[in-house]
Design a protein around this ligand. Structure first.
Ligand code: NAI
Ligand code: DG6
Length: 524
């Protein structure tokens, strides 16, 4: 179901001696400017500007790309599939509020813009669609497939999800009825017991095995061949699993993890088996749920195979607001003292999360999301001091996918005063998550086509072009608990996450980071 990728049509070119376009590549020499800080003996700081010159090479050929979803028959899986089909056909449908047309609202790549620069004549900002900054895959061109432990075809599964308007569903039904998830692996201990009645589409065997890894690898290969694809990206949007126990000798190294799979160890989760299979198959793997899929052994395996991974847990509503609002409050010098976050929802995700061990995975990923902002403000918070933070999730079948998120932010302001901000956020969870699934695929795919080389790194030159690190922390904007290369900091603040994404893309075409200084409007 993939159409021929749209031909690359550059909306802009960069006029600079540091940027060279060839038919197949954009080659850029980029100076990365940072500041190194040393603490002096008297407890002060000395800051030294530092420059590193990198060569970036962007492959301009847009590949035929496939997206395989684990949990394809769920609310997110069916909604993102219907959404892409609707966009591909330019569908319009009636609602009680009038007609609606397919769009990609909520996708940073498809729905947002980036300032390219200032118009040379009018001095006004020139903004371009984010999708046009680098030669990216268009979501309409994605081949879609995947696995589910429920064998329902996608049309029926879309009805079960109860997210989209009947008038839209009627138009995509025929196409979706022909889409049937591949059988999947089911280790009952990892998801809630209340999911058991869905599990009718299974690969034999109730615990991890090399046979499972091999079957998933075959599925990826077959999908690739069937659709004539250059690349496949695999994404976990299946149920939230419980955390796997971390044990030395089991999941601490790549070798031990492979051995644990071979021996059918009960602490290897289905999501880790999917990650391992994707890594070995050279297909990037993204985890959209909160569990610790990427045990240390899985990260090491990805590094060893130069494979790309990203995670964890889509950042769609409450947490996205939190990572913007808390950043604003603390950056404004306001001392946030508590956050109380309640959720109730009635979809199958909520049902699964009504089980304690699965809720615990979500509680962890939703709770650690302000740490970097708090730690950065040493004026407001003493070392180790942290606002109180509580997360509650309740299953309320009647509200379906229309999740309610209620938040109270309580803060200390000037001279012992208080500020209380109360938020009530209502929306279909899957309509927020679907565009994130698309962004994660498009950005991940793009990252597979960018190579770098340190032109001069403290005098030394890297010989060969290499990939970005296996762990794609550039995906942080879309994720609640961003996975970062081992030993590197986690950034949760939304504006910083977006800054990293846009500025890395700019660097790849030889553009400076957007500084927002606009000196041209301030110095006359
Ligand atoms: P869902 O429950 O509707 O869909 C999950 C699907 O996964 C189900 O169809 C289920 O049968 C399938 N499944 C379970 N175990 C499987 C396995 N081992 N292999 C293949 N399929 C399996 O849930 P929904 O709403 O689509 O969410 C999916 C995941 O995304 C959940 O973990 C949720 O917590 C997470 N998430 C959702 C967000 C949202 O806004 N909708 C935001 C953040 C995360
Ligand atoms: C209850 O919070 C259910 C969860 O699956 C969330 O809806 C989902 O993780 C989205 O969370 P957030 O915090 O990004 O809105």
């Amino acid at each position: 179901n993939a159409s021929t990728p749209s031909a690359n049509k550059d909306l802009f070119t960069v006029n600079s001696p540091n940027v060279v376009y060839t038919e197949n590549e954009i080659n850029t020499k980029y100076t990365y400017r940072t500041t190194l800080v040393n603490e002096t003996a008297d407890g002060k700081f000395e800051a030294t500007p530092k420059e590193t010159v990198y060569d970036f090479k962007v492959d301009r050929k847009i590949p035929k790309t496939g997206m395989m979803l684990v949990g394809w028959g769920g609310n997110n899986g069916t909604t993102v599939t219907a959404g892409i089909i609707a966009n591909r056909h330019g569908l319009v449908w009636d609602t009680r509020e009038g007609s609606r047309a397919a769009n990609y609202y909520g996708s940073v790549v498809m729905g947002s813009t980036m300032k390219l620069g200032t118009n040379a004549k009018t001095a006004k900002d020139v903004n371009i669609p984010f999708h046009d900054v680098l030669p990216m895959v268009h979501p309409n061109d994605l081949a879609i497939g995947g696995w589910d432990i429920s064998g329902m075809n996608l049309a029926e599964a879309m009805d079960r999800a109860a997210v989209l308007e009947p008038t839209l569903k009627a138009q995509v039904k025929k196409e979706m009825a022909e889409m049937v998830p591949l059988p999947s692996i089911y280790y009952p201990d990892f998801i809630a017991a209340n999911q058991e009645d869905r599990a009718d589409n299974l690969i034999e065997g109730g615990k991890a095995s090399l046979a499972h890894v091999e079957q998933i690898r075959r599925d990826i290969r077959d999908f690739k061949a069937k659709h004539g694809l250059d690349k496949v990206i695999v994404q976990w949007t299946a149920n939230t699993e419980r955390f796997a126990e971390l044990s030395p000798g089991v999941n601490d190294t790549a070798e031990n993890l492979m051995k644990a799979i071979e021996e059918g160890h009960e602490e290897v989760s289905p999501s880790t088996v999917f990650a391992v299979a994707s890594i070995l198959e050279g297909a990037p793997f993204i985890n959209g749920s909160p569990q610790n899929t990427f045990v240390p052994g899985a990260i090491q395996l990805a590094e060893k195979h130069n494979a790309f991974i990203g995670g964890d847990d889509f950042k769609s509503g409450q947490t996205k607001m939190k990572s913007a609002l808390v950043d604003f409050l603390i950056s404004a010098g306001i001392k946030l003292t508590s956050i109380a976050s309640y959720n109730h929802l009635g979809n199958n995700d909520g049902k699964n999360l009504s089980s304690q061990r699965q809720f615990r995975s979500k509680e962890i990923s939703k709770s650690n999301v302000v740490d970097d902002m708090v730690e950065a403000n040493t004026v407001l918070y003493k070392k180790g001091e942290h606002p109180d933070h509580t997360v509650v999730i309740k299953y309320m079948p009647a509200v379906g996918d229309n999740k309610r998120a209620l938040d109270e932010y309580y803060a200390e302001i000037f001279m012992g005063g208080h500020q209380t901000i109360s938020l009530f956020n209502v929306c279909e969870d899957s309509l927020l998550a679907s565009p994130l699934i698309i962004d994660l695929v498009l950005i991940t795919e793009m990252m597979t086509r960018i190579k770098w080389k340190a032109h001069a790194n403290d005098g030394a030159t890297t010989k060969d072009f290499g990939n970005f690190h296996s762990v794609l922390s550039i995906l942080s904007y879309m994720l609640k608990a961003p996975l970062t290369p081992p030993g590197t900091p986690v950034i949760n603040a939304l504006a910083k996450q977006r800054g990293a994404l846009t500025n890395i893309f700019r660097a790849c075409v030889g553009l400076e980071p957007e500084s927002d200084m606009t000196l041209e409007h301030k110095l006359f």
